[in-house]
Design a protein around this ligand. Structure first.
Ligand code: AKB
Length: 316
């Protein structure tokens, strides 16, 4: 990657991926694109930024030409729970932004990174050690858009030679920008509430296991996949990747190592619970490990001590 356009730069992943990539590829070579949510000052002042709608293909093409972009990272998405509240919006945003990125890359002979998700799986998928290649019948509009995006990425790679690659991200835990509208959001909120209130009311039930990952691993995975030798990639769209699998009781226990009187209560949200029940408990990410050397650095204990240390300073 030489000149990288990051769509959705103000979001949970984008707000950390832009500085991460600018560090590696140079400030002026990573263009942060945002629409309604303003960008953090660090991003605004640190390199090129464009206020643009990812659903507007002409505008995207002119920005791509302006900066001679060779790689588009499309982080624009309506997440799972919000998507269930507004399926039309979720489909439109998730698919049209993806289609524009692929179409433009077809014209420019560029590369595209698209995050897929554990949400691309469904209730008939094997729930434990979910294989890379398996039954995928998601029951949320978010999941349906993700599996469609995976297939469209493979189609553009096969048919037009677009270098389309992607990852099936698990829930991402981070401390810079809050996620919004996701089913795994609880695993971020719990740390904020642990610091602020020493208690948290969880909207998923005890025993709900889901794959998760700390943001530094998620950022590194994106860059490593995009730099991977294409001749080694049997899969492209998309790779299972995971770092840990836990339920609310396990994350609470990890927090109690640092905050012994932390209390966890439950008020289950039926929509989120139904979504979580349809997703894997734990994925098998051996294809990513074999094909491009994926290896997570953070486990639950390591992530928890780092999250609490960072948030203690941030929320002081
Ligand atoms: C969500 O919960 O919708 C996302 C995801 C796992 O894709 N965080």
């Amino acid at each position: 990657m030489k000149s990288i356009l990051v769509l959705g730069a103000a979001g949970q992943i984008g707000s950390e991926l832009v500085p991460y990539l600018r560090n590696i590829y140079g400030d002026k070579n990573v263009i942060a694109v945002y629409r309604s949510t303003p960008l953090p000052r660090e991003i605004m002042e640190g390199g090129p930024c464009e206020n643009m709608d990812a659903l507007d293909g002409e505008q995207m093409l002119s920005v791509v030409n302006k900066y001679n972009v060779d790689s588009i990272i499309n982080l624009v998405a309506v997440l799972s729970a919000k998507g269930e509240a507004n399926p039309t919006l979720a489909w439109k945003i998730n698919m049209e932004s993806h289609f524009n990125a692929l179409e433009i890359s077809r014209q420019t002979k560029g590369a595209v990174f698209t995050p897929s998700s554990i949400g691309a799986f469904g209730p008939t998928t094997p729930m434990d050690h979910t294989p890379q290649d398996t039954v995928m019948r998601p029951t949320t509009v978010y999941g349906i858009s993700k599996i469609a995006a995976e297939l469209l990425g493979d189609y553009y790679a096969l048919k037009f030679g677009v270098d389309a690659r992607g990852l099936r991200y698990p829930g991402i835990i981070s401390n810079v920008t809050l996620p919004g509208g996701g089913t795994t959001d609880y695993a971020v909120e719990i740390y904020y509430d642990a610091i602020k209130n020493k208690s948290y009311t969880c909207n998923l039930s005890a025993g709900t296991y889901l794959d998760m990952m700390y943001m530094p691993d998620a950022l590194r995975a994106c860059a490593e996949l995009m730099e991977a030798d294409p001749s080694k990639l049997v899969h492209r769209n998309c790779f299972n990747i995971t770092a840990m699998s836990f339920d609310p009781e396990k994350i609470a226990a990890a927090i109690r190592v640092h905050i012994p009187d932390f209390r966890l209560e439950y008020k289950v949200d039926p929509v989120k619970q139904a979504i979580a029940n349809s997703w894997p408990n734990s994925m098998d990410d051996s294809a990513a490990r074999d094909e491009w050397g994926w290896k997570p650095e953070y486990d639950l204990a390591g992530m928890t001590s780092d999250m609490l240390e960072v948030l203690r300073k941030k929320l002081k």
